[in-house]
Design a protein around this ligand. Structure first.
Ligand code: FAD
Length: 532
């Protein structure tokens, strides 16, 4: 069963070893966990539904509570401190495109807003119901998860858009194929959600981001059905798929998605390399990408992230390895790189040799598959750490950007520093560290994680978080970074979007929303601050 106020399945935990809690206490100060609000308290706050009855709409307090928030910091604070004050009036569970069409008509007649709901894993406030006089329908795609067609000649698979990661890969694997889209939220996030937020999977360097995997599909909009035909390439004017990608539920409900699949790879493995310093590591990463070595992922942690990752792992062998590494010159400034290779056996062996040689050139210590394998084993488990830390009195959030290589070096220091500076003005410490996650020939994404102490007062916690988020957002924009490489805009990033898109660009986005949804019924207040 899914947790109603945290991440993931109730049966899964990610324990933090006592030595790691000691380390975090030293970095942040004494920790004082405060109790969470009881589920009954929140259920009691749900109130009467304003929607008329419909056979596909569940108006129970349980359904409305479990679809009211995602995974952003605001969402966590609302749910854990019991400060949630807006709920959808009902949750619809369609099974077919016709059901979705019917539900949009029903919402139109009831004057209701509609929020498409995939896996609810948004981290930027995409699915929060607006506080408004109008009723709100959350439209969950969870019953729409079938593989409708697999064309093995064109390597195109058509899925219902509510299919979540493991189910999608399971259905493809049974036929010998993979999509290869593995965001860290893989366990719950859905194909429709990936398209609507322009998501990026961990092996995007090999498989491509969702933009390149998404070939077309069907959308039910307030003005009717919109079909996007899959063609391998086209010069027939602007590509309309691009309007749908990242539209965050504002244009309609994606009901079907056609995706470009591949045969299952012969080989797929991950390796670890330690570098004596960040500069040596990031030069290696850049050279690997710019020399076009066919890795599937590259991730380089800065020294603080390397240290924290090793401590949080709690493994006995890590202590021994630490002493060994220090003895041979990989001390406090060391950085851990994980890289993956995916593809044919022939390509796999050659790439491994070439990457290892490049790493050696920059002082990298190749440590084989143990570290890489541990990372792979835990990659979808790590989000559970947020539950454990929270219950120990620590809040955790992340933010991300992408920028050209010429700015990566400075920005990767300045962004975590902006977070530390913002907390210093509250006389508080924060642990802020970063890694390069997705890499491109012209630049990289910088993914920053920050941990700070919870406060008994939720408003105080949020004002501290807001100060850190704002300072980091201004800093990444100062270096020319995008406000989001993969999480999207939602409500949290909306204030920063005009600086990135410009006034004309914002007008164009507004016009697109108005064209598909003239009455402004689709997910109002997300991406753009308009309800028309
Ligand atoms: C622990 C964790 C790790 C994460 N890791 C990654 C990562 O590695 N890479 C990454 O890119 N993101 C990541 N995310 C962010 C999040 O998982 C993505 O944004 C994901 O694409 C959201 O998918 P979802 O199905 O959960 O959508 P939801 O959260 O349900 O919705 C997100 C937005 O998409 C819209 N939407 C959803 N489905 C549809 C549909 N069928 N039609 C129209 N609109 C729709 C919603 O209205 C909303 O605006 C992570 C989040 C968490 C909590």
């Amino acid at each position: 069963m899914k947790r109603w106020n945290g991440w993931g399945n109730l049966d899964t935990d990610y324990p933090v070893p006592p030595s790691a809690l000691e380390y975090l206490t030293k970095r942040l100060g004494p920790l004082g966990p405060s109790p969470d609000a009881a589920q009954e308290t929140l259920l009691a706050a749900v109130g009467e539904s304003r929607l008329p009855a419909h056979p596909l709409v569940d108006v129970s307090a349980e359904a409305r509570l479990t679809h009211t928030r995602g995974q952003s910091m605001h969402d966590w604070v609302d749910m854990r401190y019991g400060r949630t004050d807006t709920f959808p009036d009902g949750v619809a569970f369609p099974e077919t495109d016709e059901d979705v069409r019917d539900l949009l008509k029903y919402a139109q007649n009831a004057g209701a807003y509609v929020i498409p709901y995939g896996g609810g894993t948004s981290v930027v406030g995409h699915i929060t119901p607006p506080g408004s006089d109008a009723s709100v329908l959350s439209l969950s795609l969870e019953k729409m998860r079938r593989l409708l067609d697999l064309n093995e000649t064109s390597l195109l698979a058509t899925f219902q858009a509510g299919v979540a990661g493991p189910d999608l890969e399971g259905q493809l694997k049974a036929r010998g194929y993979t999509l290869g889209h593995f965001p860290q939220s893989f366990e719950y996030s859905t194909l429709g959600g990936w398209v609507a937020t322009r998501s990026s999977g961990q092996q995007s360097y090999h498989y491509g981001r969702i933009e390149s995997l998404f070939a077309g599909g069907a959308v039910e909009t307030p003005r009717g059905r919109w079909e996007l035909k899959p063609v391998p390439a086209s010069a027939a004017g602007p590509d309309l798929r691009e309007m749908l990608l990242g539209s965050e539920g504002r244009l309609g409900v994606i009901t079907q998605a056609k995706v470009r699949v591949r045969h299952l790879p012969e080989a797929d493995a991950f390796f670890g390399v330690f570098f004596p310093s960040w500069d040596q590591g990031s030069e290696t990463v850049r050279e690997i990408v710019q020399n076009e070595l066919p890795v599937s992922m590259l991730r380089l942690s800065n020294p603080l992230e390397t240290e924290t990752t090793l401590i949080l792992s709690g493994k006995i062998w890590v202590g021994l390895a630490d002493r060994g590494l220090r003895a041979i010159g990989y001390g406090d400034t060391r950085c851990l790189m994980i890289f993956g290779i995916t593809g044919s056996t022939r390509l796999f062996n050659r790439t491994r040799r070439e990457v290892a040689a490049l790493c050696r050139k920059y002082g990298g210590l190749f440590v084989g598959t143990v570290v890489g394998h541990t990372w792979e084993k835990n990659r979808f488990l790590t989000p559970y750490l947020r539950n454990t830390l929270w219950e120990s009195g620590i809040a955790l959030d992340t933010l991300e950007t992408a920028l050209p290589w010429a700015q990566v070096r400075e920005a990767s220091v300045a962004i975590p520093q902006a977070i530390v500076d913002a907390m210093a003005s509250h006389n508080e410490q924060v642990l802020a560290f970063a890694h390069l996650s997705h890499v491109y020939r012209d630049g990289a994404s910088i993914y920053t994680t920050y941990l700070f102490r919870r406060t008994p007062d939720p408003e105080k916690l949020l004002s501290r978080w807001q100060a850190m988020k704002h300072n980091a957002s201004l800093t990444l924009q100062k270096y020319g970074g995008t406000i989001s490489h993969q999480h999207g805009v939602g409500t949290d990033h909306m204030p920063y979007l005009p600086a990135e898109k410009g006034a004309l660009g914002m007008d164009a986005l507004r016009a697109v929303c108005q064209s598909f949804d003239p009455d402004g019924m689709m997910n109002p207040g997300k991406l753009l601050d308009i309800k028309h």
